[in-house]
Design a protein around this ligand. Structure first.
Ligand code: NDP
Length: 360
């Protein structure tokens, strides 16, 4: 006999997904979360591993309730020690805690733990296919398993963009990266010039972080001003190891098979002049693309390719019973706290949807 459909399947692993799971679990809906496949190389390259984009960051200074302080003792008691992603510095007293307050991986591990504490079931699989034109919906995971669901919450987030140069692709993992926190400490960058592309908060944050390792960090900004918020822009401007290059775009990554990246070619957008800058690495920080490929056009998207919220102030999508939360549907706020907020909303929307159909 086929098993009965899941009440709520949540796809994703960021603040939206875990907040949705906490709410759905506490509403006794027994949610199932597909947090993604941790062993998939594409996921690693795209930054779509379990715990999402925040797992690739350092301090999270703007998520309310985490002022500066020594959180080590709290983390030790709040997180389960058998968790595969348990932050190593929590377990070892002799390792200095790398942050005050909270950092991204810790925050995400706490959210997931909170969801698990209320009975959320978690599977480390990618959802690769969905059938949404028939209720219950059918979801297929990367290992060929299928699951039926009465409601689905899409919370798959967004991933970092690249320029799209063949030379950039060639040197990925060999000097080209979109995650300074993941790769910045590699020996290849020590005391060498590093290039960061972009002028937003991410670029400023990555550039500041990379000054710990590189000799100079050259930020390439395609206009003559930064998009970043004032506080982040000031931090970058005031850092003597960061050099801001205005009206500058990268046209080529230069390197060798053995050494990886050795330089980049930079074009001045005003004069057209091209110059070469020595660099051991290039870090991209030029925005994000929502993770919607697996939906295969079955849910309406916005002009920018994000899942469309079809009703103002609700997390409804174009498919009745399918809800969206977090960065996959939000190209505007893109904050951990706003993603968590819409995750909560999606769970409440799913709960009410089910309740109206007699599922409590
Ligand atoms: P943004 O979209 O804010 O900035 C992207 C930057 O990349 C812009 O400077 C943009 O230039 C540039 N860019 C885009 N495409 C290209 C291209 N093809 N070639 C060269 N440059 C390009 O993205 P972020 O990831 O920086 O930030 C996303 C959101 O996350 C924002 O809301 C931000 O505030 C938030 N954030 C907050 C942080 C914090 O508070 N600690 C840290 C990081 C992010 P242009 O300006 O010309 O469009």
């Amino acid at each position: 006999m086929p098993s009965s459909p899941e009440n709520v399947v949540i796809i994703g692993s960021g603040p939206a997904a875990w907040t949705a799971a906490i709410y759905a679990a506490r509403a006794q809906l027994n949610p199932l979360v597909f947090q993604g496949n941790p062993y998939d190389e594409k996921n690693r390259q795209n930054g779509t591993l379990p715990l999402g984009q925040l797992a690739l960051t350092t301090e999270v200074e703007n998520f309310p309730s985490w002022p500066a302080g020594d959180t080590r003792q709290y983390l030790k008691t709040a997180l389960k020690h058998d968790d595969v992603d348990f932050p190593y510095w929590v377990a070892r007293d002799n390792v200095p805690q790398p942050s005050h307050g909270i950092n991204g991986p810790e925050l995400m591990a706490l959210m997931r733990q909170q969801a698990a504490n209320y009975g959320t079931r978690i599977e480390s699989k990618d959802v690769v296919n969905v059938v949404l034109n028939q209720s219950p919906f059918t979801l297929t995971t990367h290992d060929g398993e299928t699951v039926q669901a009465r409601t689905v919450i899409i919370a798959t987030g967004a991933r970092a963009n690249y320029m799209g140069l063949p030379s950039e692709d060639k040197y990925k993992n060999n000097g080209v990266s979109a995650c300074a926190v993941c790769d910045g400490a590699l020996p290849r960058f020590r005391n060498k010039p590093i290039v960061v592309i972009g002028g937003g908060d991410s670029a400023c944050e990555e550039a500041s972080f990379l000054t710990k390792f590189g000799s100079t960090v050259h930020m390439l900004v395609r206009r003559d001003k930064l998009r970043a918020s004032k506080i982040m822009a000031d931090r970058a401007r005031d850092n003597s190891k960061i050099k801001l290059n205005w009206n500058s775009v990268m046209t080529e990554v230069v390197g060798t098979d053995d050494a990886g990246v050795t330089a980049v070619q930079i074009q001045d957008t005003e004069t057209g002049e091209v110059r070469t800058q020595d660099a051991a690495g290039v870090f991209l920080a030029i925005g994000h693309t929502p993770n919607v490929g697996f939906l295969d056009g079955q849910v309406e998207l916005t002009e920018k390719g994000y899942v469309k919220w079809t009703t103002t102030g609700r997390t409804y999508t174009s498919v009745d019973g399918v809800f969206a939360a977090g960065d996959v549907a939000d190209d505007y706020y893109r904050q951990a706290i706003s993603a968590a907020g819409t995750g909560c909303m999606a769970a409440l929307d799913a709960e009410r949807w089910l309740s109206a159909r007699g599922v409590h």
